[in-house]
Structures are given as structure tokens and as C-alpha cells.
Design a protein around this ligand. Sequence first.
Ligand SMILES: [Zn+2]
Length: 342
Amino acid sequence: MYAPSLGAFNTFGSIRQLTTIQREKGGVVSGQDGAIEVTPPAGRGCGADVDANFKLGLSEPYLRAGNEMQDMRGRVNTRGARVGHCNICDEFGPLTEDHVPPKGTLLVKQVELMRIVELLGAGPIRKNRNRRYMPGGVHFRTLCAKCNNDLLGRRYDKELIRFSNAVSETLKSSLALPTTVQIPANPGRLVRAVVGHLLAIGVARRPHSPIWQVASRYFLDPAEPIPDEIDVYVWAYPHRTQVQLRLASLQPDFFRTKPILFSCLKYFPVGFMVTWSIDDRSRVPLPNLRDYMIHTGDHEVSIPIQLRPLVKERWPEAPGSEAAVFHTEDDGFGAIPSGQKN
Ligand SMILES: [Zn+2]
């Protein structure tokens, strides 16, 4: 969950809207009641949970909750049913809300951010117009209490918070930022936190496709080493726009090489890219958390975070003219903090 001090967020719809609209118009947002709204792909219904609710004969509030996934205007939101199948363990029951970044992540003040951006030479902070107030930030009501609170909250988010805050503190406190900083981390817990939040994105995602089966098995079993299919890359992300992208395909050089199937989480101050069964790990020239893990990775290491040159702000979800990204329409979300003079 977001800390209360983080305030409200303006939420965009799909990443595709975020990238095209932000470029063309400077930002269009929609949403109410904490939900992001995106247009569902043709043929996509309310999802399996609604059917399940009907079959189980649940009372009307549950049916209404299920139908929130697609409202009168055909838009999908992130809340989903109050009861349904957990996006991770698939148990049927009450669902809880997962927030990214988790509660306890430091947020920098605007003046601090501008200084960091200036120090790193990351370019001007963009103006965004047409904002709409949206309390609550980006969250998905898709996880059972055990996965969300016991595993993510009590075990893995602590590490994600510690790592994120260590990067924040470094960026805020340094008078002259070095090219690379070393950040302490427990790579096994960090990776499980990232994978857990990715699994939470999107309502009624079942049955799991093979990659999500691998991901959920790995998340649920702390004794399992990172599967061969999963690589997690990390970089400094000193920007305010947040990105939660469940699955997309990156085509770095327009069909001359294999596409890279990836997921992405970005928020100040870090970005994480998960690649799925990548053919050559050197294709992503960033620290790969796999390389810092012995067995399950449940130990302390230092992760080098490169500050210069910075990874481009919109990479990998909108890589620019040198590459293409294919998004499924409702698999990605972006958000920018509101109430900021940026
Ligand atoms: Zn669960």
C-alpha cells in the first residue's frame, strides 16, 4: 500500500494510452474510486470469477463487485471481485488489495526530485495537463490475505522497501553522485517481491499460462531457487511516473532478433524488468539479480546500481525509435503523482 503521505495519484489507462496520449496531449487520465480504467480488448468478458460467482449462487453484492470489472461503458478496472481466485495461489475466497510500491517506500519532495534529476542529467520534468484527482494510487484487488499479507507483506515487501529506500537515500544525500552506487540487498527476497507484485496485476487472470505457473510456484516456495525462465534486471529510475506492466514483448531491433517477453515495475527510485525465457541474458545490459544469488538467494549482497548513463525514462515500455514494444491492451498501467508542480 502507499503510505498516506504519498498522497493521491493521477492514473493513466493502459500503457499504450500512457505512451501515445502523454506524447500527443500531455496526459489524459480517467478513473474513480481508486480504479484505473482501460478499454478491454474485444471479446473479453467480465472474467472467470463472475461466472464462478453465478455458479456458486453468491449474494448480490458479490455479483455487483464482480461486475465492477466491466462497467456500463465497457471499461475494466483494477478492483475486480471481492471474492474470487487469488492471482498467485488460485485459492477461492475474499480478495485483498495489493499496492505498488508497498507502504513504507520513501517518496522524495519535488525540490529533491528536481535536484536529483539535475544531478543525473535526466532532462526536464515534463508538464502534464488534463489531470484528474485520483485518490488511493494504483492497486489491484487480486490476492488472498495469505499471499498478500503473510508472504508479500511480512516477508518480501520489507526487502523491496529496504532496497528502494537505500537507493532513495543515496540519491538524496549525495552532493555529487558517482557513476555507480552499491546497494545492499537480499536478492532472493527482492526477486520474490517483484514477482509477487507482477502476479497481482490484472483482475481474474486464470487459468495461469505456463510462465505465470512458474512464477507463482516460485513465489510460494521459499526453498526454490530462481527458475531458469526468470531473470530480474534492476536500474535507477529517478522519475515520478509509475509503471506496472504485466506482460509485453520488446522487439529491440525490429524483427532481426527474437522478441523479449518481459514484465516491468517502475517507481521512484528503481525500475525492475523481468524477462521470461530470454534466449541470451546479455541482451539486457543491466545488473541481473540472478547473478547475485546463491541457491535461493536468501543472503546479503551488494547490487551495483548505475547512475550514469541513466536508462531512458520510458524504457522498456516505450523504447523510442530504435525498438518496438507490443502491449496487450489491459496488461499495463501507469500513474503520476498528483498535486505536484511538474
Ligand atoms: Zn493466494
